[in-house]
Design a protein around this ligand. Structure first.
Ligand SMILES: [Zn+2]
Ligand SMILES: [Zn+2]
Length: 352
């Protein structure tokens, strides 16, 4: 065991503050990684404030962060694929049983024994796992991903959650050239969805409640922008979409989007509104439409996504901040005052 520096919250009403946390010394299959950048995901904030207490109560102190990019500093004796000095990345999960049908299908995110990067039971040290708001992290090499060397590291960090969360459902639903694809909401997730859908060659339509996001949506790769409050604009697209990715986590009218789908079209939810969404059966029956959900992606697909980003030079649009600004960033996140993701420069923790 060794001591690492981290930013932790001591209770659901406490701000994040510097602290020392225990980390395990790397076992034979582990890598120790010096964290260089960690993205701020909305789930960090939900967990720090215990807003998901009904299904995932927070154990304090919490160290959030699951969009981690860093450099390997120590290597377990049995590790074959990495050496000291390599770039490495860690996403939303750090372990799974490796034996269930989901793991065998490369869908570790659905493993009943999957271990999240933070706030999951830690089988090594007891307590819970600690995430990326830290100067280092120790992770089994099976859950380490490679970052293409041509990508900006600050912008690459959010690929580990926002990136794979939007890439995976689009691949699953066959988004490609000739398809008409909608993206609902232009935030951390939505802006990545636009970049991927554009790179896949689809015709991309962004739905937003704020007309002032139009120019930015077009810059990110959208072909059209629809202001969702404008029912006439919405009607023009009725029955025409192959796929719509809904990234909105506030309550909203899902039927309005189902009715924009063509035959066999699909709306996939990646946001998590707090209350159940009413859905009219007619919206689904008409045109054999479907409504799905999706959660991050498996390890192999996450690597595929990172490699795709390397080839297409895709990163997240980030505002780089020092860790000392994390509490302020949370307040700004609540106001959607970021284009489009905060990425913490962890060098700022080392010099503290
Ligand atoms: Zn996340
Ligand atoms: Zn499993």
């Amino acid at each position: 065991m060794y001591n690492a520096k981290a930013y932790t919250a001591a209770s659901e009403t406490s701000p994040l503050a510097p602290a020392t946390i225990p980390r395990r010394d790397p076992t034979e299959h582990d890598l120790q990684i010096e964290v260089l950048f960690c993205g701020i995901c909305h789930s960090d904030l939900h967990s720090v404030r215990n807003e998901w207490r009904s299904h995932a109560p927070t154990v304090y102190p919490i160290v959030p962060g699951h969009e981690i990019v860093g450099r390997v500093t120590r290597v377990g004796s049995a590790v074959k694929k990495y050496k000291s000095g390599d770039l490495a990345a860690v996403g939303v999960m750090v372990d799974s049983d490796g034996t269930c049908s989901n793991c065998k299908a490369g869908l570790e995110q659905f493993c009943p024994n999957m271990v999240l990067t933070f706030n999951s039971p830690d089988k090594h040290l007891g307590g819970v796992t600690y995430g990326g708001y830290s100067d280092s992290i120790v992770v089994d090499e099976r859950f380490i991903l490679r970052i293409p060397s041509n990508l900006d590291l600050a912008g690459a960090a959010p690929l580990l959650c926002a990136g794979i969360t939007t890439y995976s459902p689009m691949r699953h639903c066959g988004v490609s050239k000739g398809k008409k694809v909608g993206v609902v909401g232009l935030g951390g997730l939505g802006h990545m969805a636009v970049k991927f859908a554009h790179a896949f060659g689809a015709h991309v339509v962004v739905f937003t409640t704020s007309p002032n996001k139009k120019e930015d949506a077009l810059r990110l790769g959208a072909d059209e922008v629809v202001v969702s409050r404008n029912t006439d604009e919405m009607k023009k697209h009725a029955g025409s979409f192959d796929f719509i990715l809904d990234t909105v986590s506030a309550d909203h009218d899902i039927d309005a989007y189902l009715n924009l789908l063509g035959r066999d079209g699909n709306v996939t939810l990646v946001g998590a509104p707090p209350t159940p969404l009413p859905v009219s059966a007619f919206s689904l029956i008409t045109g054999r439409r479907s409504l799905s959900g999706s959660a991050i992606g498996g390890l192999a697909e996450t690597q595929e996504m990172l490699d795709f980003c390397g080839e297409h030079k895709i990163t997240s649009d980030v505002e780089v901040i020092p860790i000392q600004k994390a509490n302020e960033a949370y307040e700004r996140l609540l106001k959607s005052d970021v284009k489009y993701r905060f990425s913490i420069d962890m060098g700022s923790l080392r010099t503290e």
